[in-house]
Every structure is written in structure tokens, then in C-alpha cells.
Design a binder for this molecule. Sequence first.
Ligand code: GRG
Length: 310
Amino acid sequence: MRFEDELKERVLEADQAVRDYMPAEATFQKTVTDAMEYTMYAGGKRIRPVLMKAVFDMFGGNASLIRPFMAALEMIHTYSLIHDDLPALDNDDYRRGRKTAHIVYGEAMAILAGDSLLNYAYETAAKSFSLVEKAAPEDTPGLLQELMVRRRLERAMKVLACKPGIYGMIGGQVADVELTGTRLSLEQITYIYQNKTSALIEAAMMIGGILAGVEDTGIEKLEKAGYNIGMAFQIQDDILDETATFEELGKPIHSDEKNEKVTHVTLYGIEQSAKEAERLSEEAVSIVEGFGRDSGFLAELITWLIHRKN
Ligand code: GRG
């Protein structure tokens, strides 16, 4: 299948996992579930769950246990975007081609919608435990196998809890906020990108591998590949902020300049930054190819990410 067609199919698959696990009912909390859906269904690229599933498939994972994790990671990512756009942070009016959640629902509801997505992500991932007995027969032929699957779920939960936290995405965001307006060093930029952006991509790669039964040294390699992909992804994000149009991005351009943010592009210029994104991305491709599995789609996806236009 052509890469573009497979990507479309896989984005639909990720989107369906998200839709299947979003809250189905609401009474007095309906405004907040509306605000959650408003941003969730605004047309994000679904890169993180697509990466997770691509790794899982590469290692021959074959159970539905991954679907709650795909949905959960996209919920965490979407919460971070809603909060990132708030007046106290980037104060952006547009995201994913639409007015941001706080513009439409007000600041209080946007804060609560972000909080709700974060909590609901863990409610969702925890549902995977009740799927163990219903999982594909080859995953549960006996008690020992069932214990092994539960152990994988526990490890995946741990990654899902740590990577978005203070030693991951939040840590990066704290440094980003505190250092805004200062002349950043490469070390500071690397810390911010590694945590703010790579942490969730590392989580996607690691959870895909853990649920497919990859051993510890393999998970370390997947984490490293996720680091590289995230760094390259963020550098491309910086480049697009300078070179793309509002229509392409679905959000304001030159927002880094507006927010006085020093980026990789500020330090090195577009050409050098593009070269660095390419280097990081090529290294990630060679890590996934090194597993000796059918890495065709995953390798093309990693390369596509640094040539994307939004
Ligand atoms: C808890 C107050 C509070 C804030 C958390 C952690 C955080 C805010 C924000 C980080 C969010 C951020 C802007 C990360 C940068 C990563 C990045 C380039 C995100 C955009 O990801 P895409 O391009 O977005 O995958 P789509 O819309 O396609 O899903």
C-alpha cells in the first residue's frame, strides 16, 4: 500500500480508538464534556497513537489491549494543547484551525476540560485491565500468560504516568515558561524540547513496544528513537512557525517571536536546523531498522514527520 494511503488508514484507526473511549454520557458536567470534544475532534494529526500502533504492529502485537492506551495518550496530548493555549501560557486564539477552547468555552471551562482529559486518560488506560481475559486467545492461553499480559499493562501504565509529568512534559513546560525572554543555551533548548515534546513521543514508542512484549533493552532503544523523533518534530515545528501560513498550520504563525521564545531556529537559522532535524530523524530510522523487523511504514512515518507542512 502507498505510504499516504496507509497513513490515512492508520489515522482513522487512531481516531476511532479516541472516539470509542471518549465519555459517552453527561448531565451537569455537559459543558466540560462538550469542551473536551471540541478540541479532541478538531482534526489533530493523531501522530502519537499512530506511532504507538506502528511500533506495536512492527513487533507483531495482536491484541486490542493497545486501543485504550492509544486513546489515553491522545487525551493527554490534547489536554496539554488546551492548557498551553490559555492566557496564562501562550495566550493563543486558534488551534487546529478553530478558536481555542478558552475563547469558545471561557477560561474556567478550558482549564477544567484540560484537567478532565488528563484524568480521563488514566480512567481509559485502566480499562485495558478488564480486557485481558477477552484478549486474543494467543495472549491468554493460561494463567501464566495472563499474568504476563497484566505485567505489560502495569509497565505501560507506569510510562503513561511518568512521561507527561514533572520529569517529562511538565518539566519541559516549566523550563519553557521560566526561561522565556532569556537567551537560551543549546543545553536549555535541548532540555525543553526533550521534555515538552519528546517525552510523549517516547511514551508512544515505549508503550507500543511494551504491550507487544519487547524486552528492556529494546524498550531503551525505542525510547532513544522517540527522543530523536520528538527533537526533530519540535525543530520542524519551529521551522513551520517561520515558514508556513496560518491556513497550513491552523494556528497563528510567528508565535515564537510574539511570545519572545528562543528556538533552535533562532540560534542556528532555518537551514542548519533543518539539517539537524534530518540527522536526528535518520538516526531514529536506523534504530527502528536495527530491530530487523518489517519497519517500512514506521521508517517512512518518521521521515514524513520532518517534511510535514502542519
Ligand atoms: C499544565 C498549565 C499546564 C500546561 C501544560 C505541557 C504543556 C502545557 C504544553 C506542551 C504542549 C506543547 C505546545 C508541546 C509542544 C509539542 C508540539 C509541537 C505540539 C503540537 O503537536 P502536534 O503537531 O499537534 O502533533 P496536533 O494538533 O496535530 O495534535
